[in-house]
Structure formats: C-alpha cells, structure tokens
Ligand binder design. Sequence first.
Ligand SMILES: CC(=O)SCCNC(=O)CCNC(=O)[C@H](O)C(C)(C)COP(=O)(O)OP(=O)(O)OC[C@H]1O[C@@H](n2cnc3c(N)ncnc32)[C@H](O)[C@@H]1OP(=O)(O)O
Length: 491
Amino acid sequence: MAVDEDWSCDANDALHITVVQPGDTKPKTLSAFHPQFTYPIFGDDEQIFGYQGLIIRLRFAAHDLRPHVHISYDDRFKSVGDTAATDLLGALKPFVPEEALINLPEYEKNVQEDPTAKDFVPPGKQVISYEVDDRVYEIWAGSLADPAVQKILDRAQVLVSLFIEAGTPVDTNDPEWTLERWTVFFVYERVTPPTPTASSYSIVGYATTYRYWLYQRDRTETPAVRNDAFPLPEVKISELPARLRIAQFLILPSHHRSGHGTHLYTTIHAFCIADPTIVELTVEDPNESFDALRDSADFCLLQPEFLKHDVNLNPDPNEIFSGKKRPTVVPTNALIPTQTLRDIRTSFKIEATQFAHILEMFLLSQIPKTHRLAGGTNLARLLIKKSKADNPDDRRYYWWRMLTKQRLYKKHRELLDELDLTDRVEKLDDTVRNVEEGYEITLKNLEGRLPDPADEGSAAPSGRREKRKLAVSDDEDEEENGAEAAKRPKV
Ligand SMILES: CC(=O)SCCNC(=O)CCNC(=O)[C@H](O)C(C)(C)COP(=O)(O)OP(=O)(O)OC[C@H]1O[C@@H](n2cnc3c(N)ncnc32)[C@H](O)[C@@H]1OP(=O)(O)O
C-alpha cells in the first residue's frame, strides 16, 4: 500500500499538453493545459504507477499539429516480482502517431526550421473569418478523403481521448468512398508569425462531421419489384439525402468561453443549410457543455423566426371545441401553429427533439416571468383553475406545461406506463419542472444578448452571462434512464 502511495500519480496531472511555435532559438510554448480525461490511455482510475516527478509532455506545433511525446521523471520504481512501473510508451503508442516518438532535439529542429511553415494554409477551403477581441480567426473545411485533412486529423486524434468522454478517434484508413462522407472543420487563429519563417496560423479547435444516409420513402409511389439492369449505376454518397452528424467537437482549453465553439457550430449549421442534400443536423452523444452551446446557438437562430411568424401559445384553445366539454387530449393544433412550425423546422434543418426544446424554451420566454414558476407564480392555484384561470398568461403557462408534458410523456411512454397513475403524474410533474428549470437557466444566460419583448415581469437585461448549472435532455439515448433523466446535473 505504501508502495502505491509513493509511486502512484494522477495521470491527468502528469500529462502536460503544450502548443508550440518557433521562438528566437528554439520552439516556445504558446499555451499549456492538462487533459480532462486519461482513462482511455491509463485505465479507469487514471493513475500511473512507478514514477516520481513524472512529466509526460505532449507537444503540438501550432499550425500543422506536428506532435511530440517527451517523458521525464526523477525516479522510477524498480520491478519487484510482478509489480513494475507502467509501460508509458506502450500505453501511449496506440494513441499518438509514430512520428511523435522521435527525440526532442530533432522535433525542436523540425518545428524551428520547418521550411513549409511560412506558406502553410489550413487544409480544405476557408469557410468564414471572424474577429473576437481584435483577434482574427478563420474556419476551414475539407473532406477527409483529402490527405492534407487526414494528416492534421491523425495528429489531432489523441485529443479526442483526452477531452471528449467516450469519444473514439475516426478511422482514417477507411476506403475513400466512406472517407468522403466526412467533412472536417478546423478553427485557426491568424497570428503574427513569431519568426520570418514561421506560420501565421495557430490551431484553436476542430469538429468532425459525417453524412448519415436518410431513408426517404416516396409515399406517392406504390412499392413494386423492378427488373433494373444490374449492377446499378454508381451512386455518390455525397449526393444522397443525408443527415449531417457532428461526431467530435473540440475547442482547445486555452480558447474556451470566447465564442469559438458557437462560431464553429453555427458554421456547420450554415453548411447544412447551404447543402440541398442535407436534410438535418444531428449530434452524436452531445455532453452537457455542448448541449448548452447548441441550445444557446439554436435559440438565437430561431427566436427571430418565431417572432416574425408571431408564434405564441393560444391561451384559449378550448374555444374551438363545443364549449362545455374539456378535450381529453392536449389540443396541440389549436395551441400552436403546427404547420408553420413544421415549415420552420424543415427550413432550418433542426432535428425534431432539439427543435421541440427550442420551441418550448421560446414559448416559455413569451410568458411574462411573473406568471412562470421562476417568477413565483402560484402553481397550486393554477392547478385548480387550469385552463379556466382568469389571466391569459396564467392560461398560457398552464398550456405550456401540458404541451411539454405531452412531449415528455410520448417520449417516455413505455417507462411511465409501468407506474401507477399517481406515481406517473408525480414523475411527469417532476420532469417538466426540471426541464423548465433548465430552460430558465439558458434563458437567463441569453439575457442581454437577445431582445426579450414579452418579459415585462423580469428585471431589465443585465448582459451578465451566467454559467449554466444543469442541462436538459430527453434524447433517445436517455430514454432507458426514465423520465428523471430529462435533467442531468452539470459537472
Ligand atoms: C459531439 C461532441 O463532441 S460533445 C463533446 C464536446 N466537446 C468537449 O466537451 C471537449 C472539451 N470542451 C470543449 O471543446 C469546449 O468546452 C466546448 C466545445 C464544449 C465549448 O466551446 P467554447 O468555445 O468554450 O464555447 P462558447 O464560448 O462558444 O460557449 C457558448 C456557450 O455554451 C455554453 N458553454 C460552453 N462551455 C460550457 C461549459 N463548460 N459548461 C456550461 N456551459 C458551457 C455557455 O452557455 C456558453 O456561453 P457563455 O460563455 O456566454 O456562458
């Protein structure tokens, strides 16, 4: 036990990642940070055994990500029987390219004297350029079938294991037709080259996306067996209708919370809109922080559209019924303009669940805060009065809860139906409350960045950007966790 304590260290602390660029005589560090995870490399407990004063330095050249691994330590445990120090190179080799394992002077010389650096441009094509705090950034995009894209991605892949939980590197050895499904987006900063031969680009982050074929049946056509000539004509995967799926999305820690993630996401979204073969944008296993980023970005995109179309909850949907009898189902079509919303969703190519989140958030924001739970509305009284509440905003809020509950119920129906009625009602109630709290956090974060015409009851926009404390999700992946999974605590 004492041996463990003296000779074990935290792998996340031991691993130092640095981004370097040429200096006066040898490369200098542009930024340095530790990984978020090392469990894929060093095991679940993220501990390394057998070293004292261990530093594993993972260097990347700022422009082309040329990598290097350097290991140093004060002392190494001498093997006793089966107990031996962790084989560091053995653990790292599957994650870093072979080229990273050369000696340090050679690597430094390669970075310092790189003859191609001066003329380096990121791979693919430049998509946009933007400024943050007087610094200029560019987003470039290219197909993974392009060897230049492949080279940078191969060098960057280790970062997936270090920063994206459960993320797996993309296999760049796949055949070309499947590599063509992938588009990689790179975010670079334009920097003043530190030496006359250095590059003017410095990496900020990147995202990988792939086309996911979308089966669309033409319902006007009756299915029939046809004797078409075989083999069938070659189909180009890039021409088939598809969903675009964001697989890996990463901004380097030294650039976090400066809006780069948002720029990258909105650029990918604009790319989808511009491509007629892409039907919608989806995301593979988003985490809490990505959800927060995506919710904010999608809300900013859709809010003007909702306002333009006067989207709001009808406080009196029952008027369309005969009068006396309350409908037994939520009168969705009478509550919201479903056809208009369907059109907005299709034209903005937003996935159905994500669209529902943004719509619910928007509808909530249109109810003055004093009539929402966050503003202290009297829920007990509203639950007695229901759709007969005197104030139209109270009725709107009542219907907002019904509409949201309806979606949640449909999504988690199998699980909820296993509960008895009282438990089911309680579970759904808790879930809608959690969902609402999540929306309120995002809305508060957005205060000051967006006009909030309906929010007469809340304080004037402060412009303060608060950190989100929880994220809400009821994506398919969450279903098995039951209705409570709609609220996931933020780490
Ligand atoms: C599909 C996937 O790959 S999911 C995995 C996503 N990637 C990762 O988690 C890797 C490590 N993390 C990152 O790369 C970055 O932190 C990202 C991509 C999640 C965010 O990138 P950033 O450039 O920092 O985002 P950006 O500055 O645009 O933030 C926009 C909004 O998103 C939300 N947000 C961003 N990061 C976080 C976070 N860590 N926690 C909570 N909310 C967050 C906030 O609302 C933020 O607005 P604010 O800064 O005004 O509060």
